[in-house]
Design a binder for this molecule. Structure first.
Ligand code: HEC
Length: 184
């Protein structure tokens, strides 16, 4: 009789302690900001699409980027989450930075020392996350200083106002960004 009286409150207390300890663990997942977790599949899928396209040839890969990059971003932008790529030197004007990303992008442009990932508090219980994108050797085929003539021709045809050539390896190419509701 005495035992059952002590056990009854124990179970809800146990559940409460469990839910309290799980809350922060899920929301913060350690020191890692949630934005980098959200961007991980975006970056992976973009890279896969680029590599698959490049196996067909650089000109063919331009088409793959044009079609797949927006599709990948759209597929991952759901449940209050939005992801994208932006740049200070855009190829596609549709990739213009959202307003809250612009100051971070400007800081990255102004100083190489500032190119670390950022978290930005947004209105309505949302948070933003931005990461710099630096040019890699693979990227020079379409963003470098010396494009093959057929590649340059195709890019000029599809993107008449292109500002995204002339980069060297290690240059700031732009940013990945994500915005999402802050986990409670
Ligand atoms: C095969 C050609 C090709 C290669 C290689 C390539 N890109 Fe691009 N890139 C494009 C095209 C085409 C777009 C425009 C896509 C669109 O219409 O959204 C683009 C857009 C971007 C954007 C979005 C901002 C903007 O200017 O519209 C970023 C950022 C970017 N590329 C970075 C990279 C990086 C980093 C690499 C190397 C890992 C890379 N690209 C390799 C063709 C290429």
């Amino acid at each position: 009789m005495q035992r059952s009286m002590t056990r009854q409150p124990t179970l809800p207390l146990f559940l409460l302690a469990f839910s309290l300890s799980c809350g922060p663990a899920v929301a913060g997942s350690g020191a890692e900001p949630r934005g980098s977790d959200i961007l991980a599949p975006y970056k992976r899928e973009l890279q896969q699409a680029l590599r698959a396209g490049m196996e067909q040839g650089v000109v063919e890969a331009i088409g793959a980027c044009r079609v797949k990059a927006p599709d990948i971003a759209a597929a991952l932008s759901r449940d209050g989450v939005r992801v994208g790529r932006a740049s200070h030197r855009l190829r596609n004007p549709a990739n213009a930075a959202p307003g809250w990303v612009e100051p971070v992008l400007a800081e990255y442009v102004a100083s190489t020392a500032e190119r670390t990932p950022r978290r930005v508090a947004l209105p309505d219980g949302r948070e933003g996350y931005v990461e710099p994108i630096l040019l890699q050797p693979l990227c020079t085929a379409c963003h470098g200083t010396a494009l093959a003539a057929p590649v340059a021709a195709r890019i000029n045809e599809l993107y008449p106002g292109d500002h995204a050539v002339g980069f060297e390896v290690g240059d700031l190419r732009g940013v990945f960004w994500a915005e999402y509701p802050v986990a409670q």
